[in-house]
Design a protein around this ligand. Structure first.
Ligand SMILES: Nc1ncnc2c1ncn2[C@@H]1O[C@H](COP(=O)(O)OP(=O)(O)OP(=O)(O)O)[C@@H](O)[C@H]1O
Ligand SMILES: [Mg+2]
Length: 367
């Protein structure tokens, strides 16, 4: 027996294409020449620092503002001239914007009523389905002020999903939640997104959130996309110093890229020579900066170290310990060790050598 079609699976997910989208507020360019194709069902994160143009871009996709230049295509249709309610995109804001005088159920029903064309019984069936989807059935009769932040956010999400958008737009959806609630909601949203297979664009300035939730990440800086790639690509092969620093923690060492046999090596200014089989993004011989993640450095006896340093601080962070060290040649470096790895944790004042773990992704940038 086939189950009756419901509004959430009545439409298939849409591809979203941004074609050279530029937006200027007066003489200030907030987003510039954005080219992006988001596949049907894909979860894309727009990640970048405050003011880089994330919300502007999301509002342009939603149709809440019109871009100065370029085109937006949703599901194969150019939507530049369409108002928000005809684009098939649903947006969830950081501030949940629930109607305070309406119950949870009435809030969820609101969009369906506003759109019209649906009988009361069908509307109620959809509300029921949404309540189950976000696990709020027990709270259907409550008012927003009787809910926690996470619960309010779930209602906001249900209200948006109730009208069966083909594209889900999320603007810092977990920004107001504390850490534990945030993790719970991240898992919940990811589950819903998978279940519904809905094309999703999420704005965040939280790199961990982007790395853990998105299929692909567009890292933005000053209105442009610095790098577009999978979380692994962004983290392991940052294409610029900006991306290396913004996503995760990067230890930067200055040195000189030289040829060595078939490959390359970086002669570090602080002493030591680091073989790099295939340097990137810069492979031009000359002055460079090398970036190594804290979890890719290891402690070795000082005589065997690429670099020698003194531990200044050891910070146990649950499953890991972060060490901050002062390099002999000047400068600081961070080393992260898993506490389960059987490594000895070093205490402040101890001297140690540092080596780069074999096969660690190392990025080389033009200095
Ligand atoms: N209505 C406006 N008029 C003029 N400038 C604006 C307007 N809205 C945004 N801006 C500017 O455009 C730039 C991008 O703003 P936007 O809100 O898109 O940034 P964001 O990446 O979402 O930042 P945040 O992480 O702080 O939310 C900022 O420099 C902002 O000051
Ligand atoms: Mg914003």
């Amino acid at each position: 027996m086939q189950s009756a079609p419901t509004a959430t699976d009545a439409r298939s997910p849409s591809e979203v294409v941004l074609d050279r989208v530029t937006h200027r507020y007066g003489s200030f360019t907030a987003v510039q020449d954005i080219r992006l194709a988001i596949a049907p069902g894909e979860f894309l994160a727009l990640l970048g620092p405050s003011g880089c143009g994330k919300t502007t871009l999301l509002r342009i996709i939603a149709g809440l503002m019109r871009q100065t230049d370029g085109h937006v295509t949703i599901g194969g249709e150019v939507v530049d001239a369409l108002p928000p309610n005809e684009r098939g995109a649903g947006i969830v804001f950081q501030s949940y914007a629930l109607f305070p005088h309406m119950t949870v159920a009435a809030n969820i029903e609101y969009g369906l009523r506003a759109r019209g064309g649906m009988a009361k019984a069908a509307r109620m069936a959809m509300v029921e389905r949404m309540l189950d989807l976000v696990r709020m059935r027990d709270h259907a009769a409550r008012l927003p002020r009787q809910l926690s932040g996470g619960q309010q956010q779930r209602v906001a999400l249900a209200r948006t999903l109730a009208v069966s958008p083909t594209v889900l737009l999320l603007d810092e959806p977990f920004g107001a939640l504390d850490k534990n609630l945030r993790l719970g909601m991240q898992i919940e949203v990811k589950r819903l997104q998978r279940e519904l297979g809905i094309t999703t664009v999420m704005v965040t300035h939280d790199q961990e959130e982007a790395l853990s939730m998105a299929d692909r990440i567009a890292v933005m800086s000053e209105g442009r996309i610095e790098q577009l790639g999978t979380p692994e690509e962004i983290y392991d092969r940052p294409r610029s110093l900006f991306v290396a620093n913004f996503v995760g923690t990067a230890n930067l060492f200055r040195g000189r890229l030289e040829r060595e046999g078939e490959g390359f090596a970086v002669q570090l200014d602080a002493g030591g020579r680091l073989p790099v089989a295939s340097p990137g993004p810069c492979s031009r011989v000359g002055p460079v900066s090398v970036s190594v993640r804290p979890e890719h450095l290891m402690f070795v006896p000082p005589a065997q170290g690429l670099l020698v340093a003194t531990v200044e601080l050891a910070l146990p962070l649950g499953p890991t310990v972060v060490h901050e060290l002062a390099l002999d040649g000047g400068g600081k470096v961070k080393v992260t060790l898993a506490r389960t790895g059987g490594h000895a944790c070093l205490a402040a004042g101890m001297r140690t050598g540092l080596a780069v773990a074999p096969c660690a992704p190392v990025s080389v940038f033009q200095a």
